[in-house]
Design a protein around this ligand. Structure first.
Ligand SMILES: [Zn+2]
Length: 242
């Protein structure tokens, strides 16, 4: 495991994970994503993670992800064992919300006034289904948050430098597709930025790790690069009791 390292960007690296963000360090919050030192297809890494977070395994909530727009609200009576969702929200402290990715984007959400957190798994299907926008609407409905108060962070994902797509995505994502040497490249982050903008969030509250999972494959897993056998990056957000 790497030792504690302060990088040039707004995070620190510790125990195989990139901790978001120095800007968030004073909040009663843990928010981070793993590096490829830890493959979260392996159960033993969850045990390690829970130990680091100081929680029991049952308090780490990991949905079955299906590129859907289903959002699960983890309230105080929540007890499901298995469920399908691509976004999770809660107001409950000491419950870790997690998603797995390998090229798709993990998006972290934190509203510091009502103290609500969320995490979203956004690949092209989820982005097309507007999962990020729908998650913010759900946070408004369930917890009366004001989107202008939301802090948002993007973890590692495949970027427009590497994300070659076929012509069938051109029509829907036309504002976010660039043509280079006869090939089409999708900028998923800008498509998600657009959803944030139309949801009433503030640009200055958005931070981006700027990692590309494919060209920075030395540090992160990439399904595009490694195929079926690619490992998985975990992204986690958890409120702490102060
Ligand atoms: Zn790249």
């Amino acid at each position: 495991m790497r030792n504690l390292v302060f990088s040039n960007n707004d995070y620190l690296i510790k125990d195989g994970c990139f901790y978001f963000f120095l800007r968030w360090k004073d909040f009663p919050l843990s928010a981070f994503f793993s590096s490829r030192e830890l493959d979260f297809r392996q159960e033993k890494n969850y045990e390690y993670l829970c130990q680091k977070l100081g929680i029991e395994r049952k308090d780490l909530i990991l949905p079955e992800q299906r590129h859907s727009f289903h959002i699960e609200v983890i309230d105080f009576n929540w007890k499901k064992k298995k469920f399908v969702a691509d976004a999770l929200i809660t107001q409950k402290p000491n419950i870790a919300l997690a998603v797995l990715t390998a090229d798709c984007f993990p998006v972290f959400l934190y509203e510091p006034i009502k103290k609500v957190i969320g995490i979203v798994h956004a690949g092209w299907r989820g982005t097309k289904a507007e999962i990020l926008k729908k998650t913010i609407i759900k946070m408004q409905e369930c917890f009366s948050i004001n989107p202008g108060d939301l802090e948002i962070a993007f973890g590692p994902g495949i970027r427009e430098c590497c994300y070659e797509v076929k012509d069938d995505l051109r029509e829907y994502f036309f504002r976010h597709i660039q043509e280079r040497e006869g090939k089409l490249f999708l900028n998923l982050k800008s498509a998600n930025f657009e959803q944030l903008q139309s949801s009433g969030t503030k640009r200055e509250n958005i931070i981006d790790s700027e990692f590309c999972s494919l060209c920075q494959n030395r540090d992160f897993f990439s399904f595009r690069k490694e195929g079926e056998n690619s490992g998985r990056t975990v992204s986690v957000i958890m409120l702490r009791n102060k």
